[in-house]
Design a binder for this molecule. Structure first.
Ligand SMILES: Cc1ncc(COP(=O)(O)O)c(C=O)c1O
Length: 468
């Protein structure tokens, strides 16, 4: 299917019968024709015509176990028949206790208390509300500013959109929600003249300190970051020195350091808790979602220390609840997902298969000048697309490289997750993050199909005269 055909198909979809699919609401100008999926198993999907596709990104880094896991599905059904729902402000349920205890044990000392909710945005919102309530309880009511990275994404509620760092959203947010203050993300690929990734990361840490001083430490509540970048920065991994520096700065100024592991957590980095890669720079709050529910249940979690949670519970309580907090069926799913993590040793598999995938992508980089950079950690890898690998110049926005890549991917039976985030201002990339259950043979199949999609994209770019 070429671009014209896919445009026509999309136009046809824009006049659906009553109802319509969810994508009618999204991406009005998207040229990518989304297949209508019928079933899925493991890393594979099949559409209504019977064509197969590899899920190369676990959806948006959600389906950590792949699709159709019978153990998880059975656990949910069993729990549903026993106790389907129990609201946390009127009743306790054993599944809540078991699941929170298990998550706390996995995070270790400093993260003994776990609050559950239904997804990443809710969990980030919880982390900010917890920090704010704590500041109030301590008699520090002026601590209300949140600092985050530019670019960054922390969720889609009004509060979490405002906590993220996407300047394209400023007209939407201005006067509507209080925006976070932004400091530069420690990118490592396109650096200012004379900087190394280490020296630039040190500069970014200093920018945090300057921002805190500018706002007045007494006014700053939290520094919110993804320890390994997601879609907004393309799997950026800051050097260990950056974590050491930001930990020290947050401690010195009395700020909460919050790690948003919604996307990079739950084993994708090679460790269940991403923060464990930097044990000397642990945050005050960890947030996960996506992979902990693995697509089987909407789950989000916030970890804090007993030392923070228990006194707050005494003084003020953490007063914000959602109807679906810690509901038994979601917790049963979460527990079964953790069982599968253990049974299949998925964190180790993420590290091993991640190394295999990375090596394959680096080999593709040698063949395709359109690949400027391969980066990431474990099974969270990003491939940056460029017009010229020497100057690192981006492809022009009108070429729609990420959408074209997705179309070519679909033609070759692979769903690629790519978005020109922040309007492509920081570059354009796609993420490869298959389910953590992926086998060595499946990694080779992902590489082979990605190879074909990149070949077709390179041909389009050459024909359009965009390649150096
Ligand atoms: C880093 C990060 N934080 C928060 C969220 C929001 O999670 P959810 O979509 O589950 O609300 C996302 C979702 O993509 C994310 O990538």
């Amino acid at each position: 299917m070429n671009l014209d055909q896919s445009m026509r198909r999309f136009d046809a979809w824009n006049q659906p019968p009553t109802g319509g699919t969810q994508d009618v609401f999204y991406s009005r100008k998207s040229i990518v024709p989304l297949p209508m999926m019928e079933r899925a198993e493991g890393i594979w999907f099949w559409d209504e015509s019977g064509k197969s596709y590899i899920d190369a990104s676990s959806g948006p880094m959600v389906s950590a176990l792949g699709h159709g896991n019978p153990r998880v599905i059975d656990a949910i059904a069993r729990q549903g028949r026993k106790l389907d729902y129990a609201y946390t402000l009127v009743a306790r349920n054993r599944l809540n206790l078991d699941y929170a205890s298990r998550l706390a044990d996995m995070a270790g000392p400093g993260f003994e208390r776990v609050s559950l909710c239904s997804g990443g945005s809710e969990a980030i919102d919880n982390a900010l509300k917890f920090a704010r309530q704590y500041a109030l309880a301590l008699g520090q009511p002026t601590r209300r500013r949140v600092i985050s990275l530019e670019p960054s994404y922390h969720g889609a509620t009004i509060g979490t959109l405002a906590a993220g760092g996407n300047v394209a959203l400023h007209p939407f947010l201005d006067g509507f929600a209080t925006r976070a203050d932004l400091v530069p993300a420690p990118f490592a690929y396109r650096l200012p003249e004379g900087e190394t990734p280490e020296s630039y990361a040190a500069l970014c840490a200093r920018a945090l300190e300057r921002k805190i001083e500018e706002l007045g430490p007494e006014n700053v509540l939290a520094f919110l970051i993804e320890p390994v970048g997601g879609i907004s920065s393309g799997a950026v991994v800051p050097p260990p020195s950056y974590f050491k520096a930001i930990r020290e700065i947050c401690t010195r100024h009395g700020l909460f350091l919050i790690f948003d592991e919604v996307l990079c957590g739950a084993g994708r980095s090679g460790k269940f808790i991403t923060a464990h890669h930097w044990p000397k720079a642990l945050p005050d709050i960890i947030v996960q979602a996506k992979g902990i529910g693995a697509g089987y249940a909407p789950l989000g979690a916030m970890w804090v220390s007993r030392a923070l949670a228990d006194p707050l519970a005494e003084i003020a309580g953490f007063d914000f609840s959602y109807s679906y907090n810690a509901n038994p069926m979601a917790c049963a799913a979460g527990l079964a997902v953790l069982d599968e993590f253990e049974r299949l040793d998925l964190c180790a598999n993420a590290a091993t298969r991640g190394a295999q995938l990375r090596a394959g992508l680096e080999a593709l980089q040698q063949r395709y000048p359109i690949i400027g950079d391969v980066r990431g950690m474990g099974l969270l890898l990003a491939v940056e697309l460029v017009a010229d690998p020497v100057t690192k110049a981006s492809l022009p926005a009108e070429f729609q490289a990420t959408s074209r890549l997705r179309i070519h991917g679909l033609e070759h039976g692979i769903m690629l997750y790519a978005r020109a985030s922040a309007g492509g201002r920081f570059g354009q990339w796609f993420l490869l993050a298959p389910p953590l259950t992926v086998t060595a043979a499946e990694i080779e199949e992902i590489l082979s199909r990605t190879d074909k999609a990149l070949r077709d994209l390179s041909r389009d770019a050459a024909v359009a005269g965009y390649l150096a």
